[in-house]
Write a protein that binds this ligand. Structure first.
Ligand code: NHR
Ligand code: GAR
Length: 221
């Protein structure tokens, strides 16, 4: 458990459907995750993830990147909003804006992302299509600490899925999302219980330094 044995405050950043947000809400509700999601912030208006927050009475707001002149100005507004909730952890859950180095430095060791590939493979966008086109046998998903380097922060946990001959980017994305909803709550639980830290540039889980791939979920779907 963390030092106070009490739930940690978490701010979740989204840009879309928020199915990963839902997995975290479910964990908070059923008592399996010692977290208090204190705010959900979206850079896009009218997305489904905001409705999910509304349904559970979680504070939610939109900071629309299109209304800012620069990435720095957007990030400054986002940072001010996040910090008004004094979170111990910031979770990117399908958040689609690249963040400036000043922003990532401010939350060093306290910000997680979930990326739909087996990082370091396929950083950036359109990962499912790229894995299929490369003829890969496996694809998957990674939770990592966020650093200035896009999708380059140290890995925490990965889960694999098999790519079958009939898979399309859509069917593959669905399989990957099933694994997302397992490993993101797990990583957040480890962090909330004080068992997951970023030391220099490596990840420590339960007192042990993880290798660069991160913890490997055994179940492959
Ligand atoms: N920022 C930093 N500095 N480091 C990371 O590791 C980040 C980050 C911001 C977002 C999520 C990431 C992913 O998991 C993430 C990790 C958006 C883009 C992108 O190209 C790339 C990676 C990720 C998220 N965004 C475009 C942009 O111009 C906009 C794309 C769109 O709106 O559809 O910001 O994949
Ligand atoms: C997830 O599949 C996540 O891995 C991916 O977007 C989806 C968001 O789903 N993230 C990225 O591509 C980040 N660039 P959700 O809104 O339903 O959680």
């Amino acid at each position: 458990m963390n030092q106070t044995n009490s739930p940690i405050n978490v701010v979740v950043l989204i840009s879309g459907s928020g199915s990963n947000l839902q997995a975290l809400i479910d964990g908070q509700q059923d008592g399996s995750l010692p977290i208090n999601i204190c705010a959900v912030i979206s850079n896009k208006p009218n997305v489904k993830g905001l409705d999910r927050a509304e349904k559970y009475g979680i504070a939610h707001s939109v900071i629309n990147h299109k209304t800012f002149d620069s990435r720095e100005a957007f990030d400054a507004a986002l940072q001010a909003k996040i910090d008004s909730h004094t979170p111990e952890l910031v979770v990117l859950a399908g958040f689609m804006r690249i963040l400036t180095p000043a922003f990532t430095q401010h939350y060093a060791g306290k910000m997680l992302n979930i990326h739909p590939s087996l990082l370091p493979k396929y950083q950036g966008l359109h990962t499912h299509q790229r894995a299929i086109e490369a003829g890969d046998d496996f694809h998957g998903v990674t939770v990592h600490f966020v650093t200035a380097e896009l999708d380059g922060g140290p890995n925490i946990i990965q889960a694999k899925v098999t790519i079958t001959p009939t898979d399309t980017a859509d069917t593959l994305a669905k399989k990957v999302q099933q694994q997302e909803h397992v490993i993101y709550p797990l990583a957040v639980k480890w962090f909330a219980e004080g068992n997951l830290t970023l030391e220099k540039n490596h990840v420590v889980l339960n007192g042990k330094t993880l290798d660069s791939a991160g913890y490997q979920l055994e179940k492959i779907i």
